[in-house]
Design a protein around this ligand. Sequence first.
Ligand code: FES
Ligand SMILES: [Fe+2]
Length: 445
Amino acid sequence: MNDLSDAPQRTADGEEVRADFVPVAAYISRDHAEREKERLWPRVWQVACREEEIPNAGDFVTYDIADDSIAVVRQQSGDIAAFYNVCPHRGRRLTEGCGKMGRFHCKYHGWKWSLDGAPVDVVDRDNWGTSLPDEDIALGAVRVGTWGGWVFVCMDSEAESLEEFLEPAAAQLAPFEFEKMRYVWRKSIVMPCNWKVALEAFDEGYHVQTTHRQLLPYMDDLTYSEARGKHGMFGYAPTTLFGLPSPRLGEQKGDVRKGLYLFNKEIWDTLQATSTLEMLAAAKRLEAEVPEDADPFTVYGAFAQFHREEAAKNGRPFPDVPVETLMSTGTDWHIFPNLVFLHQPTNMLWYRARPNGDDPSSCIFEINVIERFAEGAEPDVGVEHGADWAEVDWGLILAQDFQNMGEVQKGMKSRGFKGARTNPVQERAISNFHQTLHHYLADKN
Ligand code: FES
Ligand SMILES: [Fe+2]
Protein backbone atom coordinates (compact mmCIF):
# COMPACT_ATOMS: atom_id res chain seq x y z
CA MET A 1 0.00 0.00 0.00
CA ASN A 2 1.27 3.48 -0.81
CA ASP A 3 2.11 6.13 1.71
CA LEU A 4 -1.01 7.71 3.16
CA SER A 5 -0.02 11.09 1.78
CA ASP A 6 -0.96 9.66 -1.64
CA ALA A 7 -4.60 9.39 -0.53
CA PRO A 8 -6.93 10.46 -3.32
CA GLN A 9 -8.89 13.58 -2.53
CA ARG A 10 -12.29 12.20 -3.41
CA THR A 11 -14.19 9.21 -2.11
CA ALA A 12 -15.57 6.58 -4.46
CA ASP A 13 -18.85 8.51 -4.20
CA GLY A 14 -17.10 11.60 -5.50
CA GLU A 15 -17.09 13.45 -2.19
CA GLU A 16 -14.15 15.49 -1.04
CA VAL A 17 -11.94 13.89 1.60
CA ARG A 18 -11.66 16.29 4.53
CA ALA A 19 -10.09 15.93 7.94
CA ASP A 20 -13.15 17.30 9.74
CA PHE A 21 -15.95 15.68 7.78
CA VAL A 22 -16.87 12.02 7.25
CA PRO A 23 -19.57 11.50 4.59
CA VAL A 24 -22.44 9.48 6.00
CA ALA A 25 -22.15 6.75 3.35
CA ALA A 26 -19.28 5.24 5.35
CA TYR A 27 -21.77 4.28 8.05
CA ILE A 28 -25.00 3.41 6.30
CA SER A 29 -24.35 2.50 2.68
CA ARG A 30 -24.48 -1.10 1.53
CA ASP A 31 -22.12 -0.21 -1.32
CA HIS A 32 -19.62 1.09 1.19
CA ALA A 33 -19.92 -2.08 3.28
CA GLU A 34 -19.44 -4.09 0.09
CA ARG A 35 -16.27 -2.16 -0.75
CA GLU A 36 -14.98 -2.82 2.76
CA LYS A 37 -15.61 -6.50 2.14
CA GLU A 38 -13.64 -6.44 -1.10
CA ARG A 39 -10.90 -3.95 -0.33
CA LEU A 40 -10.47 -3.55 3.42
CA TRP A 41 -10.88 -6.81 5.31
CA PRO A 42 -8.89 -9.00 2.89
CA ARG A 43 -5.93 -6.59 2.95
CA VAL A 44 -5.31 -5.57 6.55
CA TRP A 45 -3.78 -7.16 9.60
CA GLN A 46 -6.56 -7.75 12.11
CA VAL A 47 -6.92 -9.37 15.53
CA ALA A 48 -8.13 -12.98 15.36
CA CYS A 49 -7.73 -13.83 19.06
CA ARG A 50 -5.29 -13.60 21.94
CA GLU A 51 -2.45 -16.08 22.27
CA GLU A 52 -3.77 -17.29 25.61
CA GLU A 53 -6.88 -18.64 23.86
CA ILE A 54 -4.76 -21.27 22.11
CA PRO A 55 -2.06 -22.28 24.61
CA ASN A 56 -1.53 -25.90 23.48
CA ALA A 57 -1.00 -27.80 20.23
CA GLY A 58 -4.33 -28.35 18.52
CA ASP A 59 -6.10 -25.46 20.25
CA PHE A 60 -7.94 -23.40 17.67
CA VAL A 61 -10.08 -20.30 17.29
CA THR A 62 -12.28 -19.60 14.30
CA TYR A 63 -12.22 -15.97 13.27
CA ASP A 64 -15.09 -14.95 11.00
CA ILE A 65 -14.79 -11.70 9.12
CA ALA A 66 -17.26 -10.64 6.42
CA ASP A 67 -17.57 -13.64 4.03
CA ASP A 68 -14.30 -15.16 5.15
CA SER A 69 -13.53 -17.49 7.99
CA ILE A 70 -10.06 -18.25 9.26
CA ALA A 71 -8.99 -21.07 11.56
CA VAL A 72 -6.10 -20.10 13.83
CA VAL A 73 -4.42 -23.14 15.33
CA ARG A 74 -1.47 -23.83 17.62
CA GLN A 75 1.04 -26.18 15.98
CA GLN A 76 2.96 -29.07 17.54
CA SER A 77 6.03 -26.82 17.35
CA GLY A 78 4.31 -24.19 19.49
CA ASP A 79 4.04 -21.78 16.56
CA ILE A 80 0.69 -20.44 15.46
CA ALA A 81 -0.66 -21.02 11.96
CA ALA A 82 -3.84 -19.84 10.24
CA PHE A 83 -5.79 -21.31 7.33
CA TYR A 84 -8.82 -20.40 5.29
CA ASN A 85 -11.56 -22.29 7.01
CA VAL A 86 -12.84 -24.12 3.98
CA CYS A 87 -12.61 -27.66 2.70
CA PRO A 88 -10.81 -27.91 -0.67
CA HIS A 89 -13.13 -30.77 -1.66
CA ARG A 90 -16.53 -29.10 -2.00
CA GLY A 91 -16.27 -26.09 0.22
CA ARG A 92 -17.67 -27.03 3.62
CA ARG A 93 -16.47 -24.94 6.51
CA LEU A 94 -14.18 -27.00 8.70
CA THR A 95 -14.30 -25.40 12.14
CA GLU A 96 -16.58 -23.15 14.11
CA GLY A 97 -16.05 -21.39 17.41
CA CYS A 98 -13.05 -22.55 19.36
CA GLY A 99 -11.81 -25.83 20.78
CA LYS A 100 -9.13 -28.44 20.48
CA MET A 101 -8.42 -30.76 17.55
CA GLY A 102 -5.99 -33.53 16.75
CA ARG A 103 -6.32 -32.72 13.09
CA PHE A 104 -8.67 -30.88 10.76
CA HIS A 105 -11.62 -33.04 9.82
CA CYS A 106 -14.34 -32.24 7.30
CA LYS A 107 -17.76 -33.42 8.44
CA TYR A 108 -19.09 -33.78 4.88
CA HIS A 109 -16.98 -36.54 3.25
CA GLY A 110 -14.40 -37.03 5.96
CA TRP A 111 -11.20 -35.62 4.50
CA LYS A 112 -8.50 -34.90 7.09
CA TRP A 113 -5.48 -32.60 7.41
CA SER A 114 -2.73 -32.33 9.98
CA LEU A 115 -2.47 -29.17 12.07
CA ASP A 116 -0.09 -27.67 9.50
CA GLY A 117 -2.76 -27.93 6.80
CA ALA A 118 -1.23 -30.89 4.91
CA PRO A 119 -3.76 -33.50 3.71
CA VAL A 120 -3.47 -36.79 5.59
CA ASP A 121 -6.59 -38.66 4.52
CA VAL A 122 -8.78 -38.39 1.44
CA VAL A 123 -11.52 -41.00 1.42
CA ASP A 124 -11.29 -43.17 -1.76
CA ARG A 125 -8.42 -41.07 -3.01
CA ASP A 126 -7.61 -43.64 -5.72
CA ASN A 127 -10.86 -42.57 -7.44
CA TRP A 128 -8.92 -39.48 -8.58
CA GLY A 129 -5.99 -41.49 -9.92
CA THR A 130 -3.03 -39.10 -10.04
CA SER A 131 -5.07 -35.92 -10.48
CA LEU A 132 -5.27 -34.87 -6.85
CA PRO A 133 -1.80 -33.78 -5.72
CA ASP A 134 -1.27 -32.77 -2.10
CA GLU A 135 -0.51 -29.16 -3.02
CA ASP A 136 -3.98 -28.75 -4.55
CA ILE A 137 -5.79 -29.88 -1.42
CA ALA A 138 -3.61 -28.47 1.36
CA LEU A 139 -5.48 -25.92 3.45
CA GLY A 140 -4.85 -22.40 2.24
CA ALA A 141 -2.44 -20.59 4.54
CA VAL A 142 -3.19 -17.14 5.92
CA ARG A 143 -0.41 -14.89 7.26
CA VAL A 144 -0.10 -14.77 11.05
CA GLY A 145 1.77 -12.52 13.45
CA THR A 146 1.64 -11.59 17.10
CA TRP A 147 1.95 -8.34 18.98
CA GLY A 148 0.93 -7.41 22.49
CA GLY A 149 -0.47 -10.91 23.08
CA TRP A 150 -2.87 -10.60 20.16
CA VAL A 151 -2.77 -12.98 17.21
CA PHE A 152 -3.16 -11.01 13.99
CA VAL A 153 -4.04 -12.49 10.61
CA CYS A 154 -3.77 -11.04 7.12
CA MET A 155 -5.18 -12.55 3.94
CA ASP A 156 -3.04 -10.43 1.60
CA SER A 157 0.28 -12.03 0.70
CA GLU A 158 1.41 -8.71 -0.78
CA ALA A 159 0.63 -6.57 2.27
CA GLU A 160 3.35 -5.10 4.47
CA SER A 161 4.60 -7.08 7.47
CA LEU A 162 2.67 -6.89 10.74
CA GLU A 163 5.56 -4.95 12.25
CA GLU A 164 5.38 -2.30 9.52
CA PHE A 165 1.59 -2.20 9.67
CA LEU A 166 1.58 -1.51 13.40
CA GLU A 167 4.17 1.24 13.47
CA PRO A 168 4.54 3.56 15.25
CA ALA A 169 2.07 2.09 17.73
CA ALA A 170 4.01 -1.08 18.48
CA ALA A 171 7.28 0.68 19.32
CA GLN A 172 5.65 3.47 21.32
CA LEU A 173 3.57 1.07 23.41
CA ALA A 174 6.14 -1.71 23.85
CA PRO A 175 7.08 -0.82 27.47
CA PHE A 176 3.54 -1.66 28.61
CA GLU A 177 4.15 -5.37 27.85
CA PHE A 178 0.55 -6.01 26.81
CA GLU A 179 1.61 -9.52 25.83
CA LYS A 180 1.88 -10.38 29.52
CA MET A 181 -1.72 -9.45 30.27
CA ARG A 182 -4.42 -12.11 30.56
CA TYR A 183 -8.20 -12.02 30.31
CA VAL A 184 -10.31 -10.89 33.25
CA TRP A 185 -13.62 -10.84 31.42
CA ARG A 186 -14.94 -11.00 27.83
CA LYS A 187 -18.36 -10.16 26.45
CA SER A 188 -19.72 -10.22 22.93
CA ILE A 189 -22.85 -8.51 21.76
CA VAL A 190 -24.65 -7.64 18.54
CA MET A 191 -24.99 -3.86 18.34
CA PRO A 192 -27.58 -2.07 16.21
CA CYS A 193 -25.01 0.13 14.52
CA ASN A 194 -22.22 0.10 11.99
CA TRP A 195 -18.96 -1.40 13.26
CA LYS A 196 -17.29 2.00 12.96
CA VAL A 197 -19.98 3.74 15.02
CA ALA A 198 -19.31 1.26 17.83
CA LEU A 199 -15.55 1.78 17.77
CA GLU A 200 -15.77 5.53 17.46
CA ALA A 201 -17.75 5.71 20.71
CA PHE A 202 -14.38 4.90 22.31
CA ASP A 203 -12.11 6.85 19.99
CA GLU A 204 -12.45 10.17 21.73
CA GLY A 205 -12.84 11.78 25.15
CA TYR A 206 -14.97 14.61 23.83
CA HIS A 207 -18.24 12.88 24.78
CA VAL A 208 -17.36 12.54 28.47
CA GLN A 209 -18.69 16.03 29.35
CA THR A 210 -22.19 14.98 28.27
CA THR A 211 -22.43 11.18 28.13
CA HIS A 212 -20.49 10.56 31.36
CA ARG A 213 -21.17 13.88 33.07
CA GLN A 214 -21.00 12.24 36.51
CA LEU A 215 -17.18 12.11 36.14
CA LEU A 216 -16.65 15.86 35.78
CA PRO A 217 -16.33 16.68 39.51
CA TYR A 218 -13.09 14.65 39.52
CA MET A 219 -11.59 15.11 36.09
CA ASP A 220 -10.42 17.72 33.65
CA ASP A 221 -11.92 16.09 30.59
CA LEU A 222 -10.28 18.12 27.81
CA THR A 223 -8.37 15.78 25.50
CA TYR A 224 -6.10 16.01 22.51
CA SER A 225 -6.22 13.46 19.71
CA GLU A 226 -3.57 12.54 17.16
CA ALA A 227 -2.95 10.42 14.10
CA ARG A 228 -0.08 7.98 14.53
CA GLY A 229 0.47 6.43 11.12
CA LYS A 230 -2.64 4.45 10.18
CA HIS A 231 -3.63 4.48 13.80
CA GLY A 232 -4.89 7.15 16.18
CA MET A 233 -4.97 7.97 19.85
CA PHE A 234 -6.24 10.42 22.41
CA GLY A 235 -4.91 11.56 25.73
CA TYR A 236 -4.72 14.35 28.25
CA ALA A 237 -2.18 17.16 28.18
CA PRO A 238 0.74 16.79 30.65
CA THR A 239 -0.60 19.82 32.53
CA THR A 240 -4.03 18.23 33.11
CA LEU A 241 -5.16 18.43 36.72
CA PHE A 242 -6.59 14.99 37.44
CA GLY A 243 -8.64 14.77 40.59
CA LEU A 244 -9.91 18.34 40.33
CA PRO A 245 -13.23 19.35 38.76
CA SER A 246 -13.43 19.96 35.05
CA PRO A 247 -12.99 23.64 34.15
CA ARG A 248 -16.43 23.27 32.57
CA LEU A 249 -17.84 23.25 36.11
CA GLY A 250 -16.08 26.46 37.15
CA GLU A 251 -12.87 27.05 39.06
CA GLN A 252 -10.55 24.03 39.44
CA LYS A 253 -10.38 23.98 43.22
CA GLY A 254 -10.32 21.12 45.69
CA ASP A 255 -8.21 18.42 47.27
CA VAL A 256 -6.46 16.45 44.52
CA ARG A 257 -5.85 13.58 46.92
CA LYS A 258 -9.55 13.10 47.61
CA GLY A 259 -10.47 13.75 44.00
CA LEU A 260 -8.15 11.04 42.71
CA TYR A 261 -9.66 8.57 45.14
CA LEU A 262 -13.23 9.51 44.25
CA PHE A 263 -12.43 9.33 40.54
CA ASN A 264 -10.93 5.85 40.83
CA LYS A 265 -13.82 4.72 43.02
CA GLU A 266 -16.37 6.00 40.56
CA ILE A 267 -14.59 4.27 37.66
CA TRP A 268 -14.22 1.04 39.58
CA ASP A 269 -17.85 1.05 40.75
CA THR A 270 -19.30 1.85 37.32
CA LEU A 271 -16.88 0.25 34.84
CA GLN A 272 -14.76 -2.38 36.64
CA ALA A 273 -12.01 -1.64 34.14
CA THR A 274 -9.22 0.91 33.57
CA SER A 275 -9.14 1.32 37.35
CA THR A 276 -8.35 -1.58 39.67
CA LEU A 277 -8.75 -2.34 43.35
CA GLU A 278 -5.01 -1.69 43.70
CA MET A 279 -5.34 1.74 42.09
CA LEU A 280 -8.20 2.39 44.47
CA ALA A 281 -6.06 1.31 47.45
CA ALA A 282 -3.22 3.52 46.21
CA ALA A 283 -5.52 6.53 45.88
CA LYS A 284 -6.93 5.91 49.34
CA ARG A 285 -3.43 6.22 50.86
CA LEU A 286 -2.90 9.72 49.46
CA GLU A 287 -4.83 11.59 52.11
CA ALA A 288 -2.93 9.92 54.95
CA GLU A 289 0.53 9.89 53.39
CA VAL A 290 0.80 13.04 51.26
CA PRO A 291 0.55 16.55 52.79
CA GLU A 292 -2.60 18.47 52.04
CA ASP A 293 -0.67 21.38 50.53
CA ALA A 294 1.36 19.17 48.16
CA ASP A 295 1.56 20.26 44.53
CA PRO A 296 -0.84 18.19 42.35
CA PHE A 297 2.07 16.70 40.41
CA THR A 298 3.66 15.54 43.67
CA VAL A 299 0.35 13.82 44.43
CA TYR A 300 0.38 12.12 40.99
CA GLY A 301 3.95 10.94 41.60
CA ALA A 302 2.93 9.50 44.98
CA PHE A 303 -0.10 7.85 43.40
CA ALA A 304 2.09 6.12 40.78
CA GLN A 305 4.46 4.93 43.49
CA PHE A 306 1.63 3.69 45.74
CA HIS A 307 0.06 1.88 42.80
CA ARG A 308 3.32 0.05 42.23
CA GLU A 309 3.51 -0.84 45.93
CA GLU A 310 -0.09 -2.07 46.09
CA ALA A 311 0.51 -4.25 43.04
CA ALA A 312 3.68 -5.64 44.63
CA LYS A 313 1.70 -6.59 47.78
CA ASN A 314 -0.39 -8.87 45.58
CA GLY A 315 2.59 -10.18 43.66
CA ARG A 316 1.28 -8.49 40.53
CA PRO A 317 4.07 -7.70 38.05
CA PHE A 318 4.36 -4.04 37.10
CA PRO A 319 6.01 -2.97 33.83
CA ASP A 320 8.75 -0.38 33.76
CA VAL A 321 7.08 2.28 31.68
CA PRO A 322 9.16 5.47 31.39
CA VAL A 323 7.31 8.65 32.37
CA GLU A 324 7.82 10.00 28.83
CA THR A 325 6.07 6.91 27.45
CA LEU A 326 3.20 7.29 29.91
CA MET A 327 2.77 10.88 28.76
CA SER A 328 3.20 10.33 25.02
CA THR A 329 0.98 7.28 24.68
CA GLY A 330 -2.09 8.92 26.19
CA THR A 331 -5.18 7.03 27.27
CA ASP A 332 -6.69 5.31 24.29
CA TRP A 333 -5.59 3.95 20.90
CA HIS A 334 -7.37 2.87 17.79
CA ILE A 335 -5.25 0.34 15.93
CA PHE A 336 -6.51 0.32 12.35
CA PRO A 337 -8.97 -1.01 11.42
CA ASN A 338 -10.93 -2.44 14.34
CA LEU A 339 -9.02 -2.68 17.61
CA VAL A 340 -9.50 0.03 20.25
CA PHE A 341 -8.01 -0.04 23.73
CA LEU A 342 -7.59 2.00 26.90
CA HIS A 343 -4.35 1.00 28.57
CA GLN A 344 -2.90 1.27 32.05
CA PRO A 345 0.32 -0.28 33.41
CA THR A 346 -1.43 -3.35 34.80
CA ASN A 347 -4.70 -3.53 32.89
CA MET A 348 -6.47 -2.76 29.66
CA LEU A 349 -10.02 -2.45 28.36
CA TRP A 350 -10.13 -3.39 24.68
CA TYR A 351 -12.76 -3.58 22.00
CA ARG A 352 -13.11 -5.22 18.62
CA ALA A 353 -15.94 -4.56 16.19
CA ARG A 354 -16.81 -6.37 12.96
CA PRO A 355 -19.65 -6.20 10.45
CA ASN A 356 -22.52 -8.54 11.26
CA GLY A 357 -23.43 -10.04 7.89
CA ASP A 358 -24.16 -7.60 5.07
CA ASP A 359 -26.22 -5.16 7.12
CA PRO A 360 -24.24 -1.90 7.53
CA SER A 361 -26.40 -1.11 10.58
CA SER A 362 -25.37 -4.11 12.66
CA CYS A 363 -22.07 -5.22 14.12
CA ILE A 364 -20.52 -7.81 16.38
CA PHE A 365 -18.97 -5.89 19.23
CA GLU A 366 -16.64 -7.46 21.77
CA ILE A 367 -15.62 -5.92 25.08
CA ASN A 368 -12.65 -7.38 26.93
CA VAL A 369 -10.62 -6.64 30.03
CA ILE A 370 -7.09 -7.99 30.39
CA GLU A 371 -4.72 -7.57 33.28
CA ARG A 372 -1.28 -8.51 34.60
CA PHE A 373 -1.43 -11.42 37.05
CA ALA A 374 0.96 -13.02 39.47
CA GLU A 375 2.13 -16.24 37.85
CA GLY A 376 -0.47 -18.97 38.27
CA ALA A 377 -3.19 -16.53 39.35
CA GLU A 378 -4.66 -16.06 35.86
CA PRO A 379 -8.37 -16.94 35.86
CA ASP A 380 -9.94 -19.25 33.31
CA VAL A 381 -12.18 -16.92 31.35
CA GLY A 382 -14.80 -17.71 28.74
CA VAL A 383 -16.69 -15.30 26.54
CA GLU A 384 -20.25 -14.33 27.48
CA HIS A 385 -22.57 -13.78 24.54
CA GLY A 386 -25.51 -11.44 24.87
CA ALA A 387 -28.30 -11.01 22.34
CA ASP A 388 -29.31 -7.52 23.41
CA TRP A 389 -26.94 -5.12 25.16
CA ALA A 390 -29.78 -3.72 27.26
CA GLU A 391 -30.24 -7.12 28.93
CA VAL A 392 -26.64 -7.37 30.12
CA ASP A 393 -25.32 -5.63 33.24
CA TRP A 394 -22.44 -3.49 31.96
CA GLY A 395 -22.25 -0.92 34.73
CA LEU A 396 -23.18 2.71 34.20
CA ILE A 397 -20.35 3.88 31.94
CA LEU A 398 -20.64 1.28 29.19
CA ALA A 399 -24.44 1.47 29.34
CA GLN A 400 -24.13 5.21 28.76
CA ASP A 401 -21.87 4.61 25.75
CA PHE A 402 -24.08 1.88 24.33
CA GLN A 403 -27.18 4.07 24.55
CA ASN A 404 -25.61 6.38 21.99
CA MET A 405 -24.76 3.71 19.42
CA GLY A 406 -28.18 2.67 18.14
CA GLU A 407 -29.39 6.26 18.31
CA VAL A 408 -26.43 7.43 16.23
CA GLN A 409 -27.13 4.77 13.61
CA LYS A 410 -30.81 5.76 13.43
CA GLY A 411 -29.89 9.44 13.27
CA MET A 412 -27.40 8.89 10.48
CA LYS A 413 -30.09 7.41 8.26
CA SER A 414 -31.95 10.71 8.28
CA ARG A 415 -32.10 12.60 5.01
CA GLY A 416 -31.08 15.59 7.11
CA PHE A 417 -27.65 14.14 7.96
CA LYS A 418 -24.86 14.46 5.43
CA GLY A 419 -21.86 13.38 7.45
CA ALA A 420 -19.98 13.50 10.75
CA ARG A 421 -18.16 16.73 11.62
CA THR A 422 -15.25 15.45 13.64
CA ASN A 423 -13.62 17.79 16.15
CA PRO A 424 -10.18 18.75 14.72
CA VAL A 425 -8.61 18.78 18.21
CA GLN A 426 -10.39 16.06 20.15
CA GLU A 427 -11.56 13.67 17.42
CA ARG A 428 -8.53 13.62 15.15
CA ALA A 429 -8.23 9.83 15.65
CA ILE A 430 -11.64 9.40 14.03
CA SER A 431 -10.85 11.50 10.98
CA ASN A 432 -7.52 9.73 10.57
CA PHE A 433 -9.33 6.40 10.79
CA HIS A 434 -11.55 7.42 7.89
CA GLN A 435 -8.68 8.78 5.84
CA THR A 436 -6.82 5.50 6.23
CA LEU A 437 -9.99 3.54 5.47
CA HIS A 438 -10.63 5.66 2.42
CA HIS A 439 -7.12 4.98 1.19
CA TYR A 440 -7.74 1.23 1.32
CA LEU A 441 -11.11 1.49 -0.38
CA ALA A 442 -9.90 3.77 -3.15
CA ASP A 443 -6.47 2.22 -3.67
CA LYS A 444 -6.35 0.49 -7.03
CA ASN A 445 -3.22 -1.53 -6.29
S1 FES B 1 -16.66 -31.05 1.44
FE1 FES B 1 -15.10 -31.57 2.79
S2 FES B 1 -14.72 -33.67 2.46
FE2 FES B 1 -16.25 -33.13 1.03
FE1 LIG C 1 -17.68 6.73 26.88
